[in-house]
Design a protein around this ligand. Structure first.
Ligand SMILES: [Zn+2]
Length: 193
């Protein structure tokens, strides 16, 4: 069965996905980062881990065919297609303290940590999502710079679920930097068998 979900700018959603279903993540307007997190449907103590994903793939970036792993080193998703081929595995979800650190405006600022926690009905102290479409340039000296995403309107990533999962997805709330191209916009998710 095919289902479509719109996640409005600066919002989040929980989406249930079964093993072997396909998940299409669409940047509707372009240059919008998608904070993509998941927990195992039967066990929320098993969840998506960017650190384990970096470890298993021996890479700071994802490419088509790569696997996204759980904290228990189990395969959660396989990347089947990627129009942009830039994503970020380094940054945690934005949160009020991040907005305070950089922009002094954290009070009442929408943020991906709260948007994912509220939808998954959990209170994780820190969430490290896969940040699809986020363009973090990694320099040879180890320094990083966040640049405007390369994604254009309609660009997409397609994943296959390798276990039953509850997705916690947010359209990132940062409008203060190049992270989302200086604005925030909605995203679309399609799940299908
Ligand atoms: Zn965010």
């Amino acid at each position: 069965m095919k289902k479509e979900y719109i996640i409005e700018a600066c919002n989040g959603k929980k989406i249930e996905v079964k093993k072997d279903q396909l998940i299409t993540i669409i940047d509707i307007e372009g240059s919008q980062v998608v904070d993509f997190f998941a927990e195992a449907s039967e066990n929320p103590d098993e969840f998506l881990s960017t650190g384990v994903t970096i470890d298993c793939n021996e890479s700071l970036k994802l490419k088509i065919g790569d696997i996204i792993y759980s904290n228990l080193y189990q395969p959660m998703f396989k990347i089947l297609a990627d129009d942009v081929k830039e994503q970020d595995l380094l940054h945690p979800c934005c949160r009020p303290e991040m907005y305070d650190f950089f922009y002094h405006n954290g009070a009442n600022h929408s943020n991906c940590l709260d948007n994912i926690n509220m939808n998954l009905k959990n209170k994780r102290a820190l969430i490290h999502p896969v940040n699809f479409f986020m363009y973090t340039k990694i320099n040879t000296d180890g320094s990083i710079i966040v640049k405007k995403p390369l994604s254009k309107a309609g660009d997409k990533v397609i994943l296959k679920a390798l276990m039953n999962v509850s997705l916690g997805i947010a359209a990132c709330s940062v409008s203060e930097s190049d992270c989302n191209g200086g604005k925030t916009s909605p995203i679309k998710i399609i799940t299908e068998d």
